[in-house]
Design a binder for this molecule. Sequence first.
Ligand SMILES: Cc1cc2nc3c(=O)[nH]c(=O)nc-3n(C[C@H](O)[C@H](O)[C@H](O)COP(=O)(O)O)c2cc1C
Length: 182
Amino acid sequence: MDRTVSAEQYKLGMRSFAGAVCILTSSHAGRPYGMTATAVCSAAADPPTVLVCVNRSTTTHEAMAKAGVFCVNVLRAEDRELSGLFSSAQGSAIRGEGRFRDGHWTHLLTGSPVLVNALVSFDCKIVNRLVHGTHTVFLGEVGELLIGKKGKPLLYADGQYAKLAALAHGEPLPEGLDYWGV
Ligand SMILES: Cc1cc2nc3c(=O)[nH]c(=O)nc-3n(C[C@H](O)[C@H](O)[C@H](O)COP(=O)(O)O)c2cc1C
């Protein structure tokens, strides 16, 4: 296929994608690793499997690839600061273990750090991986799950953080869309 789209154009288009902000963690050789990620989705319910896309240049990628395990911690809107702390893309100079100084962390089956106050944490064993360009797509089978604190998810869209608001009944919507929410 002849490609007419540059990486910059692609990134511009992807800004319209609203994503739930997660912290991906792993543990390798007794050290915790973690990074902010939105390229996370459900891959299957049977067996319970999540899919994550991780840049191969990240330190967390190396830890995940070697350890064969990871945990997806889905952030609450209140945990915006944690998202910044876990991303050098947002200016955090803190790496490795230092990122775990804030938040209440524990672990489940795999030993990957689990954020106790996340909305939910999926503790996974890597069952498949595909290298594509700059990234690796990992499939993780969920061995254990922790339903954490109730709340609203932290979202990221158009280069900024946002939180979810249900659309009220009666609110005008574009033609063809149905009402949802309460
Ligand atoms: C909102 C947001 C979402 C991100 N999503 C991803 C992602 O899905 N995959 C990825 O590889 N990097 C993503 N990043 C970038 C990583 O968080 C960043 O490069 C991080 O510092 C990498 O970890 P390291 O510093 O341990 O190498 C995202 C950053 C932000 C702020």
